[in-house]
Design a protein. Structure first.
Length: 133
């Protein structure tokens, strides 16, 4: 088991803490703006807009073949989903990160809440006064 926590300052380092008898901390990545956990891996977007995956069981890291996202400073970002369906919320706007040579797809604006179904097959989005599946 581990806990992934960004430092207080945005665009800094992503640390993980392994919950053992003696908790240890380890730097996973630098310049992280948003991250999510997928199984035994961490997925993140860095300040250049690139997305990455690190397998925590063997420390293998690779760049994901996804579109580069133009990052704006002083903006809140949230990353969620999986390697096959990765979503980035920028402020109140929701995007789907697509293939390497494709632009990110704008899905919704004025988003107030986003959640996946427990089986991960459906995405529920609350935008303005509407809820979308």
């Amino acid at each position: 088991n581990f806990i992934a926590t960004p430092t207080v300052t945005q665009l800094e380092k992503l640390f993980i803490s392994f919950l053992t008898t003696e908790p240890t901390f380890k730097i996973v990545a630098d310049n992280v703006i948003a991250f999510t956990k997928q199984g035994n891996s961490i997925l993140w977007v860095d300040s250049s807009g690139q997305s990455f995956k690190k397998d925590l069981s063997n420390d293998n890291q690779n760049s994901l073949s996804l579109s580069v996202f133009p990052i704006q400073r002083e903006t809140q970002y949230t990353l969620f989903g999986s390697e096959k369906a990765l979503f980035l919320k920028e402020g109140e706007t929701l995007y789907r990160l697509k293939g390497k040579n494709e632009s990110p797809e704008l899905l919704f604006e004025n988003v107030t809440q986003v959640t996946f179904s427990t089986d991960g097959k459906f995405l529920a989005v609350a935008a303005s006064s509407e809820i979308w599946l």
